[in-house]
Design a protein. Structure first.
Length: 94
């Protein structure tokens, strides 16, 4: 790598998920996971875009695709398949 250049790593793309979907001033929500550490999850409630969409960023560190069940305290729920070794963002409207 030469001076003044950069390499796009996994962290670069992960940060891009947060930059694109999580608004300034968003509130972090509590998350729990029942996977064995293969999936990391963090959720936010955006405050500015129409009153509260929920953004969920999932990092799958497993070497295979996984099916995840997302359950909200409000009673809603979804099932999503996330690719192996990927970062996936789900946006739930308010």
């Amino acid at each position: 790598m030469t001076s003044g250049s950069f390499e796009r790593t996994q962290d670069f793309y992960t940060m891009g998920q947060f930059s694109k979907f999580v608004e300034v001033g968003a509130v972090r929500l509590e998350t729990t996971s029942t996977t064995n550490g293969d999936v990391q999850a963090v959720a936010f409630r955006n405050q500015r875009s129409g009153g509260g969409e929920v953004v969920l960023v999932l990092v799958n560190r497993a070497p295979s695709d996984l099916v995840v069940n997302v359950e909200l305290e409000s009673g809603g729920g979804w099932t999503a398949e996330i690719e192996a070794a990927s970062v996936t963002t789900l946006v739930f409207p308010s």
